[in-house]
Design a protein around this ligand. Sequence first.
Ligand SMILES: *Cc1c(COP(=O)(O)O)cnc(C)c1O
Length: 365
Amino acid sequence: MQVPFLDLKAAYDELAEQSEPKMLESLRSGWYILGPEVSRFEQDFARYCEVSHALGVANGLDALRLALVALDIGPGDRVLVPSNTYIATWLAVSQCGAIPVPVEPDPATHNITAEGIRAAMVSGAKAVIPVHLYGQPADMTAIMTAARDLGLKVIEDAAQAHGACWDGHRIGGAGDIVCWSFYPGKNLGALGDGGAVTTNCDTLAERLTLLRNYGSREKYRNEVAGFNSRLDPVQAAFLSVKLAVLDDWNARRAAIAARYLSELDGLGLTLPYVAARADPVWHLFVVRHPERDRLAADLAKVGIQTLVHYPIPPHAQAAYSDMSLTDEALPLAATLAREVLSLPIGPHLNAAQIDHVIQSLRQLA
Ligand SMILES: *Cc1c(COP(=O)(O)O)cnc(C)c1O
């Protein structure tokens, strides 16, 4: 039996009947940049995230870059980032001329904590970017308190956490700016690149509106040196349809996670830990195993596709060799990169496929 890691075609097929007329309407409307379709999705997404403003941008990396620029972070500034995140979190900081300062995660949740932020604090730090990694919300209550104490702005990287809740509230409005990706493989994925920023601050929303559109409110009048980073209407049309099923699809992921958590217990795998106030959306189901590569190869032999998020932490990438950060300095990021394995958990797995994953792990783990 084959178990694909994520079946994007099945996701498209389920939504085709509903979304194709809307996308066709958008294509035939003659309006191809921003406009009413994007505004409609922005309002829906803001309401979904319980936040006052959502703005569509070109991708998740741009969302982070625009957020940093909107908060006046630039050359020479330092920004605290998780040591074990996807490299986009670091690249956004570097691309603004600022310097990423790694914060080691909590080994149980894989997310950074208020204590970790305090321990990693350096002079010149202006902001922190907590990542809700794997769809597990970080402790925003404690992180906001620590950040305010330390004088840090907070940008949340919510690229993996569409619909997640911390302490009963949706991710999307706790930090100064929250950044989203609609990359096809994300829980709220588009049919190409896309992203968004959300905020409760009117001033920041205004600034981000300018920044995504050449610094321009009125055509050919440029108030600030902005970017070209906008969500396409045809993507917005698709995303509006997908947003309506997001909670249902996240619930399917949660049902698979519940089975994995109960039926894979006691096998020598370290299973994900869910914090008491967290309501995760299971973008990824990440286990740890000391013989990760052997296990992944054995699972592949029985048709089960797994992935590693992420095999090389940002500090060990060639892109960051000039920072001379060592595995010894960031032991958790280094260990997690060696041991983590992501099991299939997409919303289109059937019961037989989930059974096959569980039975196989009982033999192979
Ligand atoms: C996907 C992702 C991004 C980047 O999003 P893109 O839309 O691919 O640019 C940023 N941060 C995290 C944690 C991600 O998973």
